[in-house]
Each structure stands twice: as C-alpha cells, then as structure tokens.
Design a protein around this ligand. Structure first.
Ligand code: GLU
Ligand code: MG
Length: 453
C-alpha cells in the first residue's frame, strides 16, 4: 500500500467514513460520482475510478471512446455533515494519463495558473440563490411554503422563520466545514433564499459551490421539499442569480490588488481593477454564454419587472457603483467587483475561468471602462441606453452562443481540445440545447396562433 493510500484510509477510518464519492462535474456542472468503499482506497488514490464520459454529460466523449479517469484532489476530502459515513473528494479528469481539456475543473485550474504567471491570485465569492419548492402531479412546481405569498417578500422575517429548520441546518453545516457562513436571508421572490459564505481562492469557491448546491438539494429532500437553482423557475417572480465577486491578490505578498483608496472615481478601485472591469465589459456578450448558460437563463435577464417590482438582473453590459441595475457593481468600499450577469445554472468552474480570461484581456490591453453608470437601467428607455453606447445583453441562449463563437479571446482563453476550441464545443452544445427547446410547440403558441389566421 503506498503512503497516500494508507494515510487517507487511516483518516477516513478515524472519521467513521465507509465510502468515498469520487466526484467531478460535466459541462453543465452536474455532479457525477462513483461510490468507493474505504477498503478500496487504492482505487480512488491511484486513479482507477473510470467513467463512460458520454453517459456523464458533455465531456467531449462519444460512446466509442474509452474511460474518463477521475484523479482525486485529496485536499478536497470532505465528510458530508449530514451523512458522516460518506466523504466526497473532488476529482480532475484524465484520459490515457493526460489532463482532459473538456474537464471544467481543469479549465479553471489552467486559467488560474495563467493569472499566477502574471503574479495574480484570483479570489472569488459567490451568492447562490435558490428556491424551495414542491413538485406537483403533472410536472409543475409550487413554492414549498404555502404562506409565502407576500407581494414584497424580500427579507420577510416570518417567511424566513418558517424555513428556519432548513436554513439553520445548512448554516451549521457550512460553518462546520469552515466556510464562514455569515448571512442567510429570504430573497426577493416567494420561496427564494440566499446563504452566504466567505470568499476564497477561485478553485476553493468553485468546489464549494458544487458542494453547496448538492447539499442544499439533499437537505431540502430530507425536509420533504425540492430545491432549485434554475435561473427562472416562475415567470412572474425574480430569478436565481449567482453573483460572482472577483478580486486579484498579489501572488507573493497576498496584498489586495483591486483596492485603492485614492481612486479618482471615488469607488476604492485600483487601475488594475478597472482594467479587469473593462475586460469583462469588452467580452460581456460572449462571457454571458458561460455565466448564463441555459435557455431559461434569458428569461431571468432583460424581462419586465416581476411582481416584486424589479428583476435585479442586468439587461445591459454596464458597470457602476453600488447600483444593482448594472451588470457589474462595485460594492461600497471597492476592492472587488460583483458580476450580476451570472445565474444559478452556471458551471462555477467555467464561469470563473471565463471571467478570468475576459478580465486578464482587459489588463493585458490596458482597457478603461470609462465613467461608471449612475442611471437606473431598469427605467431608462432603450433609446437612451443605446445613445450612451451601452450594449444590450444577448436576448436568448442562441444569441449568446453566437457571441461566444465570435469572440477570439474567449475561444483561445478557454483552451483547445482534440476537436478544436473548447468554447466552440460549448457553443455548439448550447446551440443544440436552444434548438431542442425551440422545436417544442408550447402553450403560448397554441394560445397565440391556433385560431388567429
Ligand atoms: N435574484 C436577483 C437575480 O436574479 C438578485 C437579487 C439580489 O440582488 O440579491 O440576480
Ligand atoms: Mg441575492
């Protein structure tokens, strides 16, 4: 038995763990795992857990291809707080001994390494919003709490209290894992919640987001409900954002590089921070294909106000200060930027990699985002916004996929596979996803057209 195997097995046995879940995600961010008994720790550690890639999801594999091999990142060993006989271990995917360029976690690692070469450590925080719902006979859903019906439910203490058991259980688990859960609230839609944890280096945050979504689903099930992170589960309610906060830190001194209290624009951002912002804006229409990657994503963005009064989701590629109608918001004090153009369907590895590619391009080309936008972009007319030169976000997944395919920097930045650019593969999968949706004849069409002609 090699040292690593013996060490991990001893740790697992001490923790009372009986099984490992060797876990990786596909392009959609779907967590996939094999369950490996502790007695077979060598299978995990020595990279013998194989997967039929085509069955897992879009991983660049056909049914004729061999195995994807899960190589564990043993630093991610985490005992499930709600099921202590299981430990999950995040894995990177290799094929025939080589890193597999379709593996989202490796794509992020690659982007992080490129930033590091330039002396930057990429740190991120994320705000994962979700709904607690019940599934109905016939396929529909309803808000799980039947009393949660207020027209303005945001921060409603009574609705928060009714879900206390679920929220507090999740909060305690996050803190047990050392994530620093610091706030939990009822969000802007009925049945919608957000639970925040501290920012960290981008890979850690991405791993945590995958774990968080998994944990929320499992705990919701334990309480007889379903959780959903889909961007717009109800057409009349605010959707699920996954706002990302980014900052760069000095790779040698760990000093924050986006902070500057002498910022002439008075927002506490450094010149480097503004270049990063400019990069995100320059590539916004392509970036959003990755940060808002589903058909449903575009029902969250750029639609009329839901019943609460605002979508809180951007329709335009703009930046501003503490102004939630902009795609990019610099929170008070600066030092970081929030990307609100990201939703609950994003694969966190790919979304962070894509932001890094766009932001680094802004830095490399010394771009300037111009003056911050101070308007309420939810009420300003489309003409007035166009006159300011602010581009509109793509209106559908199809438009976004086309924008990604047309963006040379994003194509090169997300890496090359045996079939060409990963970005093109992503755009093709997303185009087909849109077309598969588009081929369905919906109720809307029957209502609109059946007897019109
Ligand atoms: N739920 C909103 C969204 O879809 C965000 C609300 C907020 O600012 O927290 O982005
Ligand atoms: Mg929120």
């Amino acid at each position: 038995m090699n040292d690593e195997v013996a060490k991990l097995r001893a740790r697992a046995e001490k923790d009372g763990v009986e099984f490992y879940f060797a876990l990786f995600v596909d392009m959609h961010g779907k967590p996939c795992a094999k369950m490996i008994p502790v007695e077979s720790t060598d299978v995990l550690v020595e990279g013998e857990a194989g997967f039929a890639g085509f069955a897992a999801g879009p991983m660049g594999h056909t049914p004729a291809d061999g195995d994807l091999i899960a190589i564990p990142d043993l630093d991610t060993y985490t005992v499930l707080p709600w099921k202590r006989t299981i430990a999950i271990v995040m894995c990177d995917i290799f094929v025939e001994g080589e890193p597999w360029p379709f593996c989202p976690r490796l794509i992020l690692k690659d982007a992080i390494a490129k930033a590091k070469e330039k002396g930057f450590v990429f740190k991120t925080g994320a705000e994962a919003e979700y709904f607690l719902v019940n599934r109905l006979e016939g396929g529909g859903i309803e808000v799980a709490d039947p009393l949660d019906r207020a027209a303005s439910p945001c921060y409603d203490v009574k609705a928060l209290t009714r879900m206390y058991d679920v929220l507090s259980e999740l909060s305690k688990y996050m803190n047990e894992l050392g994530w620093g859960n610091y706030a939990n609230d009822h969000e802007d839609a009925n049945g919608q919640f957000e639970q925040n944890f501290e920012f960290a280096d981008a890979l850690t945050t991405a791993d945590r987001l995958i774990f968080f979504r998994y944990m929320v689903h499992m705990i919701a099930h334990d309480h007889g409900m379903a959780a959903t992170f889909m961007p717009k589960p109800f057409s009349n309610l605010t959707g699920n954002g996954l706002h990302f906060h980014s900052s760069f830190w000095d790779a040698t001194t760990d000093k924050p590089l986006f902070s500057d209290d002498k910022d002439p624009r008075g927002m506490g951002m450094s010149a480097l921070g503004y270049q990063y912002i400019a990069g995100l804006l320059a590539h916004a229409r392509a970036l959003v294909a990755v940060t808002c990657p589903t058909v449903n994503s575009y029902k969250r963005m750029g639609v009329g106000p839901p019943t609460s009064g605002a979508t809180w989701a951007p329709a335009y590629a703009s930046y501003g200060g503490n102004n939630r109608t902009q795609m990019l918001r610099i929170p008070s004090g600066g030092g970081r930027v929030e990307n609100r153009g990201a939703d609950g369907s994003a694969n966190p590895y790919l979304a962070m990699a894509a932001q890094l590619v766009a932001g680094l391009d802004g830095i490399e080309r010394n771009l300037d985002p111009g003056e911050p936008n101070v308007d309420n972009l939810f009420t300003l007319s489309e003409e007035a916004i166009a006159a300011k030169g602010i581009p509109q976000m793509p209106r559908t997944l199809l438009e976004a996929a086309d924008a990604l395919r047309a963006d040379e920097v994003m194509r090169q930045g997300l890496g090359t596979t045996r079939d060409g650019y990963y970005a093109d593969y992503f755009a093709d999968i997303k185009t087909e996803e849109f077309m598969s949706y588009h081929r369905q004849v919906s109720h809307w069409e029957i209502d609109r057209y059946l007897t019109l002609f």
